[in-house]
Ligand binder design. Structure first.
Ligand SMILES: Cc1ncc(COP(=O)(O)O)c(C=O)c1O
Length: 391
């Protein structure tokens, strides 16, 4: 192994949301396992490229050179088997920016937009802030895990006539990597009812053995022409603060509308684009070793819960470094569970409720960190749960 993901790097005092905000809100001793960034250094090549660029000392306007477009084209081909053209790529400072732009240019106030809760909270916040009407096609929780409710999706789009659907693939927070069959069914419903698919695929490179990420747009020409795919190196290589993402928009009309709507807005910055190129060119080894480490973390949590906290059930992720923990058997309402986690467990998870009402009784745990943090967090959780039983 080239990378030592067990290494503890002190992030305190760096205006880091994950640690410093957690300390501010929850107290010094809290272990932060919320916000989707990892406590691992970025690939060595990224660190070096940023240092080298900073040594140039002048940080004037910059443009995106052709080679950067080339790395996107080859990464899509190699990682996801999708042949894209350079002109389909639009650089952005973030994936949420791409969602906001899409809502802005393809919908109007009061228009309906479909999302599939429990899902990433900013899908709600951005659409709500723009006065869009959210249609909630809740995922179905079955004995085999979460599934899309395709029947309800079909009837919802036929009756409510939304203009747009925001897909999350892999799905944050429940960790599903949607299958070709599921995506095909979803895509067909959307194409038939002229619903544009905004596919947030930011977690697409963090997919575990036995599963494969399929960009919905790569399935067929009709889907390609009906989708905006949003991706970024930020999750895979832990460079979210560098702010560089991209959209792939094969349909010329959609692309023109999207880029016209962004006229005057930023595409990113020097350090973002420097790291972006290096991540995709040289990050393969980092990614492989990271996936191995994360998989062991997941197995560690799975075993620990099974043996020592059987009342807490983990939804084993197929992708993402996020674990969706079902704590409903603890028998607490939202406020009680929040208070319990904050005051007794002293670990900061993301409250399941923030992913939608259907997330009540769940917590999202970020396992993108050295295993010692995970062990300590689980020990704290176990002690707090055991104390509940004693009372
Ligand atoms: C599904 C999903 N989309 C988007 C983002 C944020 O993307 P960005 O920081 O590029 O706006 C996150 C971050 O956690 C996420 O999980």
């Amino acid at each position: 192994m080239q990378y030592n993901f067990d290494e503890i790097v002190n992030r305190r005092g760096t205006t880091c949301v994950k640690w410093d905000k957690s300390i501010m809100d929850f107290g010094e001793s809290t272990i932060p396992m919320w916000v989707a960034d990892m406590d691992f250094p970025a690939p060595i090549e990224v660190q070096e490229a940023i240092k080298k660029r900073s040594e140039q000392s002048i940080f004037g306007y910059t443009y995106i050179k052709d080679e950067v477009y080339d790395v996107v084209v080859s990464s899509l081909k190699e990682n996801h088997g999708w042949d894209i053209k350079k002109e389909w790529i639009v650089f952005l400072p973030g994936v949420v920016d791409g969602i906001a732009t899409s809502l802005n240019v393809f919908t109007e106030k009061f228009d309906s937009v479909v999302i599939q809760p429990p899902v990433y909270p900013r899908f709600y916040s951005v659409a709500n802030a723009m006065g869009r009407n959210l249609l909630l096609n809740n995922l179905k929780l079955t004995d085999e895990g979460y599934k899309m409710d395709l029947q309800n999706l079909q009837s919802t789009v036929e009756t409510e006539k939304p203009k747009l659907m925001i897909l999350c693939n892999p799905h944050n927070p429940i960790g599903r990597v949607w299958t070709k069959e599921e995506l095909k069914a979803l895509g067909e419903i959307c194409v038939k009812n002229t619903v544009i698919i905004i596919s947030d695929e930011i977690h697409s490179d963090i997919v575990y053995k036995g599963f494969k990420h399929i960009p919905v747009a790569s399935i067929c020409k009709e889907f390609e022409q009906n989708s905006i795919t949003l991706m970024a190196p930020s999750k895979t290589f832990n460079v979210a603060g560098l702010g560089q993402a991209f959209a792939i928009i094969p349909n010329k009309d959609l692309r023109n509308t999207f880029t016209t709507g962004r006229e005057g807005y930023s595409w990113g910055n020097i350090f973002g684009i420097t790291s972006f190129e290096v991540c995709y060119k040289y990050g393969e080894r980092y990614k492989e070793e990271l996936l191995e480490y994360l998989e062991v973390n997941i197995k560690f949590v799975e075993k620990y819960l099974k043996e020592q906290l059987p009342n807490i059930k983990m939804h084993k992720p197929e992708g993402t470094y996020l674990l969706w923990l079902d704590m409903r058997k603890l028998g607490m309402n939202k406020t009680q569970l929040d208070d319990f986690i904050r005051e007794k467990v002293k670990v900061r998870f993301n409250d399941g409720y923030s992913f939608g009402k259907v997330g009540e009784g769940f917590m999202r745990m970020n396992i993108g960190c050295p295993r010692t943090y995970i062990k300590e967090a689980l020990d704290r959780l176990k002690n707090a749960v055991n104390n509940l039983k004693i009372k």
